[in-house]
Design a protein around this ligand. Structure first.
Ligand code: HEC
Length: 129
């Protein structure tokens, strides 16, 4: 009886330990990581469309809109950043808004619209990543 109790207790401690370990893992991947991965997903979908020469206007617009929406969390994901970082973030917003307004209807227009966005991702990464 006593050993059965100890076994149950041991299992419970094991489960609690696992939960703690999982929380620690999540802390190593902060929100900034998820935000960047979400932006990479939408930017990646756009450049894949250009590469495949399959540029659906409505789909492009949706990915650009999601890219813009995701950026609104940059301040939350990177608290306490300096002014040049904020300038890069503002530049990204500007370029993404321009892409929305361009409403690229074909691959040539989409390629032209996402080029300045990609350049801004790169220029911020060169300084901060
Ligand atoms: C204002 C600066 C800035 C801009 C603009 C920016 N990034 Fe980042 N990015 C960072 C920083 C800083 C990191 C590393 C910090 C982190 O991942 O927590 C990063 C990391 C990443 C990562 C690696 C994520 C990880 O944790 O493994 C990806 C992917 C990424 N960015 C994609 C993009 C894409 C795509 C764009 C453009 C649409 C973009 N970024 C624009 C600052 C920026």
């Amino acid at each position: 009886m006593r050993s059965a109790l100890l076994l149950v207790l041991g299992l419970a401690i094991g489960i609690v330990g696992t939960v703690f370990a999982m929380n620690a893992l999540q802390e190593r991947q902060p929100y900034s990581h998820h935000l960047m991965m979400t932006m990479a997903h939408h930017a990646g979908a756009l450049s894949a469309a250009v590469k495949a020469q399959k540029c659906d206007a409505a789909q492009s617009q949706q990915h650009i809109a999601r890219l813009l929406e995701t950026q609104t969390d940059l301040g939350e994901a990177f608290p306490g950043v300096d002014q040049p970082f904020k300038d890069e973030a503002a530049k990204l917003r500007e370029k993404t808004q321009a892409a929305i307004q361009a409403a690229p209807a074909d691959c040539a227009a989409l390629a032209a619209a996402i080029k300045p966005i990609g350049e801004t991702c790169q220029s911020c990464h060169q300084q901060y990543r």
